[in-house]
Design a protein around this ligand. Structure first.
Ligand code: NAD
Length: 721
């Protein structure tokens, strides 16, 4: 089709193809990358290209223009987050925003119809450039997702997204998209008027051609926001709009407790810019972006994003080269974890065998998987038909038939060494000699588990967190004899499931549970001092933890927590010894949520509040430490344990600790991670505090040598800039 091509600049990131029909196609094709990004350099090229387009249009060489991507499954993934992290001054942020707005508005003013053709992920700046086109079409492919996820980086859309989106989809839907940061699939984008036509993926090229012809024949009306009657009533009068903005503010405040400034700022910008002429509206957006991008929260969130990207490349290429392809997976043990892991694997279209020794347990595991798939259907992740096909991929069994086809077996049976060793031995007898054996153990030694096998180098830990479908972290545990092939296979497999893998050494509690140990134990000591459950949980909720430690203990179960605590204490020292509160809870018939009785009471799985009869187990409230001390004692112990873990080489870097704690426990991302937070608190202050607590409460507060050394030389765990 190419009659005339040019690339703006020498780079092939962007090219213009013009067909004999005088329809121009701007094709994004960033070299050596699976996705297109809108870096400053790419924006500069777009600017140069628009200048070229202006002159071609003036010369009658163009009648319409499409924006397209040459990447499979990706239109434009957004701005270059690395560049966002480099902004130091609000003025720089404002200037970058103004420049992007200027270029997109220049594109908007081209005097031929412009059509953004979205096949694949279209995020952030990708969506904003599309909003400045006259029309948008999207393919119905599964990978098409259109959104403005900026709030997740602590900023707002700054290339005109806040100004343009309400005009196209209405205020309420613009608020939904911007405040949630959640991208929407093509069908929904079509329903809300974000795109003008949804084209079947199999007829994509032809669909674009037809759409362009329809536009040129004046057969496509300019989109108006598709509002319901109630929507029109609210949005089209100032009082109604005031209500919308005020409800949005209330909702954001209740969800974020005001800790994340970006969503609130987005509401301000949408409210202030509504009805303004563009020359007045765009600068308001740019100012807000400049202010947010240099704020602590944005810097923390951008860092976390960077860490999760780094986690995708943490193992050297030489090790990754040994990874095996996974076509079939077996999950052994169909309990809480096994059923959920099987669902996750099948949801990713990998054939799965789910095996148990008990028919009842197997049925329950399959039901659990089916429930999770149903939930995904309700959340519009899959259609019902797709969910049915995925469920059919799980083959429930009580025997080992067909295991010779399995590339990766994950054992998730009861947490007992002898049982797990037997399961691995059985697997060794039935699997192909190259298959990888993974264990989902949360506390047992991978090395010991593998010790009786003929080929222990095939064994690796693959520690998923509960609930599996929600928690992004997977600890990949390198046993002493784990080989590169097993490690790389497990790592790549976790990445393929959309999880964030962190490689950890085979030490008791691995990383996350080890750091949670002293944090949860301290809760017990506080209770013993008469501090009420609500006060402890509220103090940590106030800090930003997703749930308080008492609530978390209820979720884990006291039997499991006690067992894990004892194991860790035996191996790592008495600082990790669980307080006898746990024993008392168990003696009183309390296991936590699973039997309806923990610190809280539960009816039909739902919490009904703190158990008022706990008084008989703990001294009743006697004042005791305030919120600050509760937080310091629990969190500083976690920091201290991280220092021990780093010294022992459980992970290599403080960055890995931060990523794992955010992805595995929900440690508040706006704090930047456990050790980044500790650095901001000041290590000297934490050291002095630990020494003070050691005097009062004993050796469990003794500072780790690494923490002491860093604090004494004014060092930091991370590299705060
Ligand atoms: N529950 C959690 O929150 C959690 C989180 C992370 C890791 N883990 C780990 O995952 C594993 C499983 O935990 P769970 O909570 O799902 O346990 P569970 O008790 O719910 O399930 C264990 C299942 O294993 C089956 N089983 C026992 N022996 C077996 C054998 N020889 N062959 C096949 N199946 C057998 C049982 O019938 C049961 O269905 C444990 O190692 C646990 O430490 C649990």
């Amino acid at each position: 089709m190419t009659k005339d091509t040019s690339s703006a600049g020498e780079d092939r990131t962007l090219r213009l193809e013009i067909g004999p029909d005088r329809i121009g196609h701007v094709v994004f094709d960033r070299p050596d990358s699976p996705v297109n990004l809108l870096s400053a350099a790419v924006l500069h090229r777009i600017d140069a290209l628009v200048a070229e387009l202006e002159s071609r249009i003036a010369n009658g060489q163009l009648v319409a223009l499409t924006l397209e991507s040459a990447k499979q499954g990706s239109f434009i993934a957004g701005a270059d987050v690395g560049e966002i992290g480099e902004v130091r001054l609000a003025e720089q942020g404002r200037a970058a925003s103004t420049e992007g707005q200027r270029i997109f508005r220049r594109l908007e003013r081209l005097r031929v119809p412009t059509i953004s053709c979205i096949d694949g992920t279209c995020l952030g700046g990708g969506t904003e450039i599309s909003l400045h086109c006259d029309y948008r079409v999207a393919s119905d492919s599964n990978s098409t997702r259109i959104g403005l996820p900026e709030v997740r980086l602590g900023i707002i859309p700054g290339f005109g997204g806040c100004v343009k989106l309400p005009k196209i989809v209405g205020v309420q839907r613009a608020l939904d998209l911007i405040l949630s940061g959640k991208p929407v699939p093509a069908a929904r984008a079509g329903r809300i008027g974000l795109v003008d036509r949804v084209i079947p993926h199999h007829a994509w090229e032809r669909g674009i051609r037809d759409f362009v012809s329809d536009v040129l024949a004046n057969e496509v009306p300019k989109a108006e926001p598709r509002l319901s009657f109630k929507g029109k009533l609210l949005e089209r009068n100032p009082v109604g709009r005031k209500v919308l903005f005020s409800l949005a503010r209330k909702r954001v405040l209740s969800e974020t407790k005001g800790r994340y400034p970006a969503p609130l700022k987005a509401i301000d910008v949408l409210e202030q810019t509504y009805g303004l002429v563009p020359d007045e509206a765009y600068p308001i957006e740019a100012d807000a972006l400049g202010e947010l991008v240099v704020g602590d929260v944005s810097r923390a969130l951008v860092r976390v994003f960077g860490l999760s990207q780094d986690a995708k490349r943490a193992l050297p290429d030489s090790v990754m080269a040994a990874a095996r392809d996974i076509r079939r997976v077996a999950v052994i043990g169909a309990g809480v974890m096994g059923g959920a892991i099987a669902e996750l694997v099948a949801a990713n279209d990998i054939g799965t065998v789910l095996k148990d020794i008990d028919q009842g347990a197997l049925d329950a595991g399959l039901r659990h998987a089916a429930d999770l798939l149903r939930k995904a259907t309700r959340a519009s992740v899959f259609t019902e038909e797709e969910a049915g096909l995925k469920l059919a991929r799980i083959d429930g069994r009580l025997d080992y038939e067909g295991f010779e086809e399995v590339d990766l077996a994950i054992e998730a049976v009861v947490e007992r060494m002898v049982v797990k060793q037997q399961v691995l031995r059985d697997l060794e007898g039935v699997l192909d000699s190259e298959a990888v054996l993974a264990t989902n153990t949360s506390s047992l030694s991978v090395t010991t588990m593998a010790s009786g096998l003929d080929r222990p180098e095939r064994v690796v830990g693959l520690h998923f967190f509960n609930p599996v479908h929600k928690m992004p972290l997977v600890e990949v545990i390198r046993g002493e004899r784990t080989g590169d092939a097993a490690l790389a296979t497990a790592y790549r497999f976790a990445l393929g499931l959309g999880k964030t893998p962190v490689v950890v050494a085979d030490r008791p509690g691995f990383l996350v549970n080890r750091l949670l140990g002293p944090y949860l134990n301290e809760t017990g000591y506080l209770l013993d001092e008469g501090v009420p459950v609500e006060e402890i949980d509220d103090a940590l909720l106030e800090f930003g933890m997703p749930m308080g430690p008492c609530r978390l203990l209820d979720e884990i179960g006291f039997d499991v927590a006690l067992h894990a605590g004892r194991e860790m204490a035996a191996a790592l020292g008495s600082r990790l010894s669980p307080p006898d509160v746990m024993d008392r809870m168990i003696e009183d018939g309390r296991l936590g949520r699973k039997n309806g009785r923990g610190f809280y009471l539960y009816e039909n799985g739902k919490s009904t509040g703190v158990d008022p009869t706990l008084d008989s187990l703990f001294p009743s409230g006697t004042g005791g430490p305030g919120d600050d001390e509760i937080r310091s004692r629990c969190l500083w112990l976690m920091v201290n344990e991280a220092a021990w873990a780093l010294e022992e080489g459980v992970v290599d870097t403080a960055d890995q600790v931060d990523l794992a704690m955010i992805m595995g426990t929900g440690f508040p991302p706006f704090r930047g991670g456990l050790l980044r937070w500790a650095d901001f608190e000041g290590l000297r202050r934490i050291l002095d505090g630990l020494l003070r607590f050691e005097d009062t409460f004993g050796p469990r507060f003794a500072p780790a040598p690494l923490l002491k050394e860093l604090a004494e030389r004014d060092g930091t765990f991370t590299n705060p800039t």
